[in-house]
Design a protein around this ligand. Structure first.
Ligand SMILES: Cc1cc2nc3c(=O)[nH]c(=O)nc-3n(C[C@H](O)[C@H](O)[C@H](O)COP(=O)(O)O)c2cc1C
Length: 440
C-alpha cells in the first residue's frame, strides 16, 4: 500500500479563527457542554480521522471579555469523549512543569484503559507566564530549565508506565491470585527535580505507553521531540520552512537511533473552503471583520512573553526591529520566529499581521476550493513537508463538515487517505510500534 497521510482534528473554541465564536455558522452549544466535544469527535471518527486533539493552558487568557477561550479540563473531556466513540485516537495536552509524574502517568494510563488504547499525550513545558502564578511560583521557569525538568519528568513517567509487566494481572479467581508480584516493580527514582518510588497503581495500559506527542519547535524543543515524540505538531506559514523543519527533525530522530517513520510530523492547516476561490475569500473576509485588533495585539504581547506592542500604530509597515530578539523570549520561542519571519518577508502592517494571526495563530491558513486544499495537502505530503496534517477548521463544526464532505473524498480517490480503519488503537492508526515493556 502507498504511504497515506494522517489527519488529526484540533478542536479549539468554536473554531480556530479568533472570531469564530461569534459567527452564525458556529455551534450554538456552550463551550462547557460535553456534547460539543463528543459530537465533533464523532464527526471526525465517521471520516476516519486518526485522532482529535485538545490543547490546554493553565491560566485564563486576559482577553476573555472578547475571546471565547475558556475550556473544560482536557483529561476529563477525553474520558467522556472516549465513552462516546470507539476508534478515533484521543490526544490532550498536559504540562510537565505543573504536575507530578505520578499524577500524569496514572491519568494517561487510566485514559488508555478507558478508551481501549486510543490515547496520546501532548507534552508541553508550558510557556504561559500567567500559569506560573497559578502554581505558587513568582514567575515562569526559564525556557532552558523547563526543558531540563521536562527531560527528567519523561524518564519518570516512562518508568512508571513500564513498572507493570504486560502479563502481571492474572485475575485467577479459583487460585486466589490477582497479580504476579514479580511482574510489578518499584522504580525508586531520585533525581534533581523528582522523587518517585513506584510502581504505578494501575496495570500496564493497552498501548504499553500512551502515544507521545510534542509541539515545541525551538532548537531545544526539537531535540526533546527527537528523543520522545511519536507525533509532532508544528506551525508553519510557508512550505519552505515546513520542509526545512521536516528534514531537520527526521535527521535528529535518526541521530537518536530511532526510525524516521516512528516520529510523524503534522503541520497545522486551517482551510476556509468555498465552492469557488472567491467564495472562500469572502468567508475569510467576513470572519476577519469580526476580529478585534486590540484582542490580537494583547495576544501578540502574550506570545512574546509580555513585550509591549501598544505604542505601534496599526497601519505602518512593521520591521523586525519592532520585535524583541527571539533568543531572549522565554515564552513560545519558535512561534515568535515564525511571526518575525512573516514580517520580514511580507512587510505587513500591524493590522495585517494581526489579521493573518487571527486565522490560526501562526499556522498555515488558506482560502480555496476543495481541489486547491487537496492539492496543497498532496504537495506538502509528497514534497517532504508533512506526514499528515493537524486540521484546524476556522469555524466548527461548519468547516469540518465541508472538509469531510469535499476534501476527504478527493484525498481518498488519490489513494492518500484511508477509507476505513484497519486497526483499533492510536498506535495502529499512526503506524507506531508498541513499546517493549518489562522483560522477564
Ligand atoms: C499545534 C500546537 C499545539 C500546541 N498546544 C499547546 C498547548 O496545548 N499548551 C501549551 O502550553 N503549549 C502548546 N503549544 C506550544 C508548544 O508546546 C511549545 O510550548 C511552544 O511551541 C514553544 O516551545 P518552543 O519554545 O520549544 O518552540 C502548541 C504548539 C503547537 C504547534
Amino acid at each position: 500500500m502507498n504511504r497515506q497521510m494522517h489527519l488529526n482534528l484540533f478542536i479549539h473554541s468554536r473554531g480556530h479563527h479568533e472570531a469564530s465564536w461569534r459567527h452564525p455558522a458556529a455551534s450554538r452549544l456552550p463551550l462547557t457542554d460535553i456534547r460539543y466535544y463528543q459530537d465533533l469527535a464523532q464527526r471526525a471518527e465517521a471520516a476516519h480521522f486518526d485522532s482529535i486533539f485538545l490543547a490546554d493552558q493553565l491560566a485564563l487568557g486576559d482577553d476573555v471579555a472578547q475571546a471565547a477561550r475558556t475550556w473544560l479540563e482536557p483529561i476529563t473531556v477525553l474520558a467522556a469523549v472516549a465513552a462516546a466513540t470507539s476508534r478515533i485516537g484521543l490526544i490532550a495536552t498536559a504540562s510537565t512543569t505543573y504536575t507530578e509524574p505520578f499524577n500524569l502517568a496514572r491519568q494517561y494510563a487510566s485514559l488508555d484503559h478507558i478508551s481501549n488504547g486510543r490515547v496520546g499525550w501532548n507534552i508541553v513545558t508550558s510557556w504561559l507566564a500567567a500559569a506560573a502564578r497559578n502554581y505558587g511560583g513568582d514567575g515562569p521557569l526559564s525556557h532552558a530549565e523547563r526543558y531540563v525538568r521536562g527531560e527528567e519528568f519523561m524518564s519518570v513517567v516512562k518508568a512508571l508506565w513500564d513498572s507493570w509487566g504486560d502479563d502481571a494481572v492474572v485475575d485467577d479467581r479459583e487460585g486466589g491470585v490477582y497479580a504476579r508480584e514479580d511482574r510489578i516493580r518499584p522504580i525508586d527514582h531520585r533525581g534533581d527535580y523528582y522523587q518517585a518510588a513506584g510502581p504505578l497503581n494501575i496495570p500496564r495500559c493497552p498501548q504499553g505507553r500512551p502515544v507521545m506527542v510534542q509541539a515545541g519547535s525551538s532548537d531545544t524543543g526539537r531535540r526533546f521531540a527527537a528523543r520522545h515524540a511519536e507525533a509532532v505538531f508544528t506551525a508553519h506559514m510557508e512550505k519552505a520552512t515546513a520542509q526545512a523543519f521536516y528534514a531537520d527533525l527526521k535527521q535528529l530522530v535518526e541521530a537518536e537511533g530511532r526510525p524516521r517513520d516512528q516520529a510523524l510530523i503534522l503541520p497545522g492547516l486551517s482551510p476556509m473552503i468555498g465552492s469557488t476561490e472567491a467564495e472562500a475569500q469572502r468567508l475569510s473576509r467576513e470572519l476577519n471583520e469580526l476580529a478585534d485588533p486590540e484582542v490580537g495585539r494583547r495576544r501578540l504581547s502574550g506570545r512574546f512573553g509580555g513585550y509591549e506592542f501598544s505604542h505601534l500604530p496599526l497601519d505602518r509597515p512593521l520591521s523586525p526591529s519592532d520585535f524583541p530578539d527571539p533568543k531572549t523570549v522565554e515564552a513560545a520561542r519558535s512561534r515568535t520566529e515564525v511571526i518575525i519571519g512573516l514580517v520580514r518577508r511580507e512587510k505587513l502592517t500591524l493590522r495585517q499581521l494581526l489579521a493573518s494571526l487571527a486565522g490560526a495563530r501562526g499556522h498555515f491558513t488558506m482560502a480555496g476550493t476543495p481541489e486547491q486544499v487537496a492539492d496543497l495537502m498532496e504537495d506538502w505530503f509528497t514534497g517532504g513537508a508533512a506526514d499528515g496534517f493537524n486540521i484546524m477548521p476556522p469555524i466548527l463544526p461548519q468547516m469540518l463538515d465541508v472538509f469531510v464532505a469535499e476534501v476527504v473524498p478527493l484525498l481518498q480517490r488519490r489513494g492518500l487517505f484511508r477509507t476505513e480503519y484497519t486497526g483499533e488503537t492510536l498506535r495502529d492508526h499512526y503506524g507506531l510500534v508498541r513499546p517493549v515493556g518489562m522483560r522477564a
